[in-house]
Design a protein around this ligand. Structure first.
Ligand code: GDP
Length: 324
């Protein structure tokens, strides 16, 4: 693959080139990994910066409906929107392209929107690492807003938060004790909590849920990256397209403030470090997967179980052999 050509097409906003590039970064083949690395490196000085928004919520809270309505609202403001997904279950196999596209029917036909179905890999860490690279490709392609969706199952929020500038937790209206259903750690990651389905019969419950969460957020420790009044809880109706512009205004207020105070760049720098460490960790573990390494490990672990060597010395021997 001709990387300089691919990269200049991406910079020109060529969607087919973007799709090819994302496929490249998703590939686990060593030669593809090397090309992907070169591509990302070439594009890193594009000078373009999107707002990356992580969005999480349990199935049924209205993530697709929200992304569709919110995405359409953004494109009506002449903003270009990309949608990516980190799907920890990766069970949308087979029909995943169709699945994701029919979920966001109007947005997928919008020329200023790009929807990328979730990669079908089983390992969450791997999916997240590649999604992060896909995000930077979309950024270089000139998208203004990148929405990264994940199904809330615990672990996946953490990695999505490490890819995004803003983390949004989408909730549905519920009875008062629902609050306990959201883990404190997830609450602490949220910049904005959106209570969706604030319409029709659900409106009173949404109002109650929203004020419960607003109260809970006030009890959390103040974070340096937040201006006054953040993190905050708000109500929307994705279905009736209510409250979406207000949400966007709040998001831009927050990111503007973080830009001015250096927290925006600070968070990205800290994320770069996180992903660097992840990449090193992953590459080191991959070194242990070669047949030779497996042999070395097996022999050493045999000696340990037979009492011929202590675990510490055996581990040191293995490292020495691997380096040799
Ligand atoms: P996801 O699983 O989180 O992607 O949720 P979906 O977007 O597929 O929505 C699940 C269900 O909730 C669908 O039947 C939607 O029509 C409904 N829904 C989504 N947003 C709203 C909303 O704002 N109001 C109401 N009343 N229903 C909604």
């Amino acid at each position: 693959m001709n990387i300089p050509e691919l990269s200049s097409k991406i910079l020109n906003g060529d969607r087919r080139a973007l799709a090819r590039a994302i496929t490249l970064v998703e590939s686990a083949r060593p030669d593809h990994r090397a090309q992907a690395g070169e591509l990302i490196e070439t594009l890193k000085d594009s000078g373009r910066q999107a707002i990356r928004i992580g969005l999480s919520g349990t199935p049924g809270v209205g993530k697709s409906t929200f992304i569709e309505s919110f995405g359409m609202m953004l494109t009506s403001l002449d903003l270009r929107v990309a949608v990516l997904a980190v799907d920890p279950s990766s069970s949308r196999s087979g029909g995943s392209i169709l699945g994701d596209k029919t979920r966001m029917d109007r947005l997928s036909r919008e020329p200023n929107a790009y929807i990328r179905p979730s990669p079908s890999q089983s390992h969450l860490g791997g999916v997240a690492r590649r999604t992060r690279e896909a995000v930077s490709l979309c950024e270089a392609a000139g998208f203004d807003v990148i929405l990264i969706e994940t199904v809330g199952v615990g672990q996946s929020e953490t990695v999505v938060a490490e890819i995004s500038d803003l983390f949004v937790l989408l909730l549905a209206p519920a009875g008062g004790d629902e609050l306990q259903g959201v883990k404190r750690g997830i609450m602490e990651m949220a910049d904005i909590i959106l209570v969706n389905k604030a319409d029709g019969d659900l409106k009173p419950a949404a109002t109650r849920t929203c004020s419960d969460y607003a109260g809970a957020l006030r009890l959390l420790r103040k974070r340096p990256q937040d201006p006054e009044d953040f993190p905050k809880a708000m109500m929307v109706s994705a279905l009736e397209e209510q409250g979406l512009k207000t949400v966007w205004d709040e998001m831009t207020t927050l990111t503007d403030w973080r830009h001015e105070t250096g927290h925006f760049g600070g968070r990205r720098a800290q994320q770069a470090r996180y992903w660097f460490e992840e990449e090193v960790r992953h590459s080191l573990l991959a070194l242990l997967q070669t047949p030779e390494a497996k042999d070395i490990l097996l022999t050493a672990s045999d000696k340990v179980t037979k009492g011929l060597k202590t675990p510490t010395v055996a581990a040191q021997d293995v490292l020495r052999e691997l380096q040799g």
